[in-house]
Design a binder for this molecule. Structure first.
Ligand code: C2O
Ligand code: CU
Length: 517
């Protein structure tokens, strides 16, 4: 055979071989490219029903305490699924509830519907709570037990309610597929939690949350201090963009608040959009609170704007001028809160170029724990790389170099002092939101905080920035730790924080079609 072919004219041989090569090479090349791509594609797909416990890999952090049979000696541990290491009986997220024998102090019925909204004269498809968007503002006094009866009348994909910024017991967190099933049309769910901390919060659906929040399935939640609000006028200004139309409290217009000359006003600004919002005022202001936590000894500020993180809240204190005019708080250039006597106005103040830096605002105060001696240290490195997410090719957000669903499950033990280093190498801003906990900012870009403890639940991390934050693991369960640009979350910018020994009976997908993003 070989001898025979050697005697064939060279041209025939080479052209025969060449023809074979011309056919084979592209096939080999295609297989060489497609096979790994196919594997990556397959690997990026998520099953029709799965537990967040089976997602990604456990990250026990650095400095985890030695525990024979569990995570071994301290050091950076990444390993098998936590379930494989867990003690005999896991605790369930559903166990974590408010005292069932305690009667409610504030009881609210909320009915969700899918319907057309009229925003600024335009008809926009969206969602309502009790027939309006935003839904009714829930107000409670610190220490009261809030009980909310949710009834989903017509939201086809199902709904849940998440109490953004409130450190509720885990079963009340409202995350479809993690802490409950999505409530189908005709279904109900009761939320019960104690409003432990006064401050400004909001609620929104955490089922298919990207379109449902954008479509207005949300509202304010205000917890007033036991001693009452110090300001004579207390107003919520919930900023939301419906189909490109900027609004305050659902109206595409300035919010006019009546007040007498000399009165002090508390303006609670909530940013429910996907991007950061700058706010500033026509007069001096004090920044009273961020994300529901009071600033310690806030000083008077002039000529500076403040960034309100997507999902974040900022409470300002302004004074109505004594000359009969109004004071104006701009929520970006688009809309304003105008406070003063009826008919009074104030011209739009120019947008300051300088920004108030919360890293150095207010006065130092004790934290109540020592972040200099953490028992866990984690990294949350945000990047961007090509690959597949949910079977789709693209340039996707990565967490610690990996794409969803291969993201870390941060594992803590109750009582841990946790320090997390967040680094944003992705080229875009990300509003990072941890459920169930408040975190204090220790440093930004390596520069230590020098002002009042800056507590957040939503942190605006700009491209190129790093943050060191700390919190105490004092609310057992399984909690989302994700980007609150809900488009990014839907693209896989999601991780979870879990307490050792916890499990959930719920599944992403499944018969309830749970889709938290
Ligand atoms: Cu405002 Cu995971 O939510
Ligand atoms: Cu993001």
């Amino acid at each position: 055979m070989a001898g025979h072919s050697r005697r064939r004219p060279a041209g025939t041989l080479s052209s025969g071989f060449g023809r074979a090569l011309r056919i084979a090479l592209p096939i080999v090349a295609t297989v060489a490219i497609v096979a790994p791509l196919g594997w990556l594609w397959q690997d990026s797909r998520v099953p029709a029903a799965y537990s967040v416990m089976d997602m990604g890999y456990p990250d026990y952090g650095v400095g985890a305490m030695a525990d024979p049979g569990m995570s071994g000696p301290g050091g950076h541990m990444q390993g098998q699924m936590p379930g494989h290491h867990m003690a005999a009986t896991p605790r369930l997220v559903t166990d974590m509830v408010a005292d069932p024998t305690r009667p409610a102090d504030v009881r609210v019925d909320l009915v969700t519907r899918q319907q057309m909204l009229t925003i600024g004269g335009r008809s926009i498809p969206g969602f309502t709570v009790n027939g309006m968007s935003p839904g009714p503002e829930i107000r409670a006094r610190q220490g009261q037990l809030i009980e909310v009866h949710l009834h989903n009348e017509s939201v086809v994909d199902g709904v849940t309610l998440h109490w953004h910024g409130v450190d509720v017991p885990n079963a009340m967190d409202g995350v479809a597929g993690v802490t409950q099933n999505a409530v189908p049309v005709g279904g109900e769910f009761t939320y019960r939690f104690v409003a432990e901390q006064s401050g400004s919060y909001w609620y929104h659906s955490h089922q298919v949350s990207n379109p449902q929040v954008a479509g207005g399935l949300l509202g304010s939640l205000v917890v007033t201090p036991k001693s009452g609000v110090a300001q004579q006028v207390d107003v919520s200004a919930l900023a939301h963009t419906y189909g490109g139309v900027r609004t305050i409290n659902g109206k595409a217009a300035d919010l006019r608040v009546p007040a007498r000359p000399g009165q002090r006003v508390r303006v609670r600004v909530t940013n429910t959009d996907n991007g950061p919002m700058k706010i500033w005022a026509s007069g001096p202001y004090r920044l009273l609170a961020t994300d529901g936590t009071d600033v310690h000894q806030p000083t008077e500020v002039s000529g500076r704007s403040v960034t309100v993180t997507a999902g974040g809240r900022t409470d300002l204190d302004v004074k109505v001028p004594s000359d009969g005019s109004a004071v104006r708080v701009q929520l970006s250039k688009a809309t304003a809160v105008i406070v003063g006597p009826p008919g009074a106005d104030a011209p739009m103040p120019p947008q300051p170029t300088a920004e108030l830096d919360l890293l150095a605002y207010g006065a130092l105060a004790p934290l109540g724990f020592d972040p200099a001696h953490p028992t866990r240290q984690f990294e949350y490195r945000i990047g961007r790389r090509p690959g597949f997410v949910k079977g789709l090719p693209g340039l996707w957000w990565s967490i610690n170099g990996r794409l969803y669903p291969h993201v870390p499950m941060y594992v803590v033990r109750e009582g841990d002092v946790v320090v997390m280093h967040i680094a944003n190498h992705s080229g875009e801003v990300h509003p990072m939101h941890l459920h169930g906990h408040h975190e204090v900012v220790l440093a930004r870009n390596g520069v230590a905080a020098t002002g009042s403890p800056w507590w957040v639940d939503s942190l605006n991390v700009l491209p190129g920035e790093t943050y060191d934050i700390a919190f105490v693991a004092n609310n057992p369960g399984i909690w989302m730790d994700h980007c609150h640009n809900l488009k990014h979350a839907a693209q896989g910018m999601i991780a979870h924080l879990m307490y050792e020994g916890f499990d959930t009976p719920y599944r992403i997908g499944g018969p309830a079609d749970n889709q938290p993003e």
